[in-house]
Design a protein around this ligand. Structure first.
Ligand code: NAD
Length: 354
């Protein structure tokens, strides 16, 4: 096989990985040249945010604990005001994609450097992509100002991530890598990271289900999340991410669960048009069958939902979801075909094995 032509650009970003690496927080804030950090979290993760603020001592400007899903513009404005009022010169986001997203909204406006401490596997910390919801519409964009300058991956912080969320968040990460393998702008580095990321999560998720506080499995999962998030940040996504964005945005479905349910069906849709990518996904998951089936089995066997009807999607809304998915053309290995995408949505709604 000859090496195809490619373009590869890397963005400067520092990653500190390892059990207990939160202990290096003060050093990392210092390395950013910052003196006063505003710590961001959801209300649920306030105790973790307070721990972080305690570790920073005089270098903590305060805690803002109002991060919520989809970054409402009002919350972003409030957080920006709090950061300015407290004289913060950086923000530390501890949590999942919603908290990182709030940090990004602050950085977009103010240029404040963000240090992210991810506690789920969503991968937002590795991307320059932001999303802000205004008047019920989530706008997304790409801007390197929002890319966290430093990321501390400490698997000890995800020991308490509930098993259900761990599995769906892990498959959310796999989705980034899977679509990265057939991206129109793929490159060999991202290919390697994608395969390694899928394999790490494929190993880790059943181990976490068996022993939720298994340090090795948690470490493996977070390592996989880093790799998959990097792929998301570097190459373009396709049908699967478009469908999930539509389902999450227009029908208010939960993010990680939606990814988990849709991915096998999106892969089945693209299987014939991207056979090499599918073989890599299936191999990374250790299966001898197809990629779509391997992902479905990973979800089902580890207790994750496999049907959109089980997470609040109405069958009557499938036609509208299909319309949204077809609205703007975007690169995808297989052309967007109305009847086949409608059938994909029906299968995902029913939860049939592809
Ligand atoms: P989330 O951040 O909304 O977290 C869900 C819940 O889990 C929250 O209540 C959170 O506090 C809690 N939680 C997080 N970590 C925990 C832990 N270790 N223990 C206990 N509870 C914990 O969920 P998510 O799936 O990480 O992120 C989803 C959001 O991120 C979506 O809005 C999505 O669009 C966005 N996202 C953006 C990008 C990007 O590149 N911009 C990438 C991925 C996801």
């Amino acid at each position: 096989m000859t090496t195809p032509s490619f373009i590869y650009t890397s963005a400067p970003q520092r990653v500190v990985f390892g059990a207990g690496s939160l202990q290096h927080l003060a050093r990392e804030i210092d390395a950013l040249g910052a003196r006063r950090a505003l710590v961001l979290s959801t209300p649920e993760q306030r105790p973790q945010a307070e721990r972080v603020a305690d570790m920073l001592g005089a270098h903590a400007a305060g805690v803002f604990d109002r991060a919520v899903m989809h970054v409402p513009i009002e919350t972003a404005r409030e957080a920006r005001e709090v950061a300015a009022r407290l004289g913060a010169d950086c923000a530390v986001a501890i949590g999942g994609g919603s908290t990182t997203g709030l940090g990004k909204a602050i950085a977009l406006d103010s240029g404040l450097p963000i240090l992210a401490i991810p506690t789920t596997y969503a991968g937002s910390e590795m991307t320059p992509i932001y999303g802000i919801t205004e008047a019920g519409m989530k706008k997304t964009g790409k801007d390197f100002r929002v890319l966290p300058r430093t990321v501390i991956y400490d698997p000890e912080l995800s020991l308490g991530l509930p098993v259900g969320m761990s599995v769906t968040s892990g498959i959310n990460a796999i989705a980034h890598a899977a679509e990265g393998l057939y991206a129109v702008d793929s490159n060999p580095i991202m290919d390697l990271m994608a395969q390694e990321g899928i394999a790490a999560l494929g190993r880790a998720l059943p181990a976490i289900r068996a022993t939720p506080k298994d340090p090795a499995a948690r470490s493996d999962a977070l390592y996989g999340a880093w790799l998959c998030g990097t792929v998301l940040g570097n190459v373009g996504m396709a049908l699967h991410h478009k469908l999930c964005h539509t389902l999450g945005g227009s029908f208010n479905l939960p993010h990680a669960e939606t990814h988990t349910i849709v991915l096998p069906h999106a892969l089945a849709y693209n299987a014939g048009a991207a056979p090499e990518a599918m073989a890599k996904i299936a191999k990374a998951l250790g299966g001898s069958g197809g990629a779509a089936q391997a992902v479905y089995d990973l979800a089902r066997d580890n207790g994750a939902p496999v049907a959109l009807r089980d997470i609040g999607m109405k069958e009557a809304d499938l036609d509208l979801a299909c319309e949204h998915a077809l609205k703007n053309q975007y690169p995808n290995p297989r052309p967007l075909e109305r009847a086949a995408i409608r059938a994909l949505l029906q299968n995902a709604w029913e939860g049939v094995r592809p």
